[in-house]
Design a protein. Sequence first.
Length: 202
Amino acid sequence: MESAASGALRAACLACAPLFLLAPAVAPAQAPLQSSLSAEVTRPQDAAQAALKAGNAQRALDVADTALGTFPHDATLRFVRGVALTSLRRLPEAEQAFEALTREYPELPEPYNNLAVVRAAQGRLDLAREALEGAIRAVPDYAIAHENLGDIYARLAARSYRTAQQLDPANKTVAPKLKLVSAVPVQPSPRQPAGPAGGNPP
């Protein structure tokens, strides 16, 4: 399993401030999530995002969970909830949250991207790759997903080279390749996405 310190994937965090959600190599997504909340009833969404920006993921989760009791189909609140769960390292729950969003809003790249972040954090690189490919299918010019996919490929290559080295220590061509791939810089430079567009009314 990949070490959590082996890279950094960027995760989408709506209109919140950049969050260093995970240490694996995948970047956060960027795209606006439309809320089903009316303009007059945006306080729960704003409060949850403000809590994330302040680094209080538990508060963001509490606000999102309470608001979802009234607006269970709000895409933005559900996305914020997934981001908060990720920040709290409640990865299985975060994975379920993002998986549900990919099923209900397959046209949105952000849930796929953050799903990849969660899976990469658990060392499940092949499944992270599949999620990023889903993000790119949804929006082919989604730059963050392409960057994250490159990071995943680099980590997959490093894993294969290490395996080859273990299986055939006498092979002198593997070490330079492993060194080259391992030198690929993975910078945790999250952006401020706007979130998925879609949110059906409750």
